[in-house]
Design a protein around this ligand. Structure first.
Ligand code: ZN
Ligand code: ZN
Length: 81
């Protein structure tokens, strides 16, 4: 149930990176590290936002840079870099 949180009518949550408001219409969830991120930390630029909209996949700036965050328990979930 990866879209479970979408059941809420609230579309703004906290960015896992900066703790600021993450508008789900602009930001979103990284498909690689599963963090909820604001527009700035997910896409970083309108170019990436465009690519994501075109189906390139939504991967956050950190994962693209090859430095995904160390998530607690990620080793057991089979998440690969
Ligand atoms: Zn952020
Ligand atoms: Zn990521």
């Amino acid at each position: 149930m990866k879209f479970e949180f979408f059941r809420s009518s609230q579309i703004t949550t906290d960015c896992d990176r900066c703790g600021g408001p993450a508008d789900m219409l602009k930001g979103g969830v990284c498909t690689r590290c599963r963090r909820i991120l604001c527009y700035q930390h997910l896409h970083g630029s309108w170019v990436r936002r465009l690519l994501a909209d075109l189906g390139a996949g939504t991967v956050c700036a950190d994962c693209r840079a090859g430095r995904p965050p160390v998530a607690a328990g990620s080793a057991a979930s089979g998440v690969r870099e």
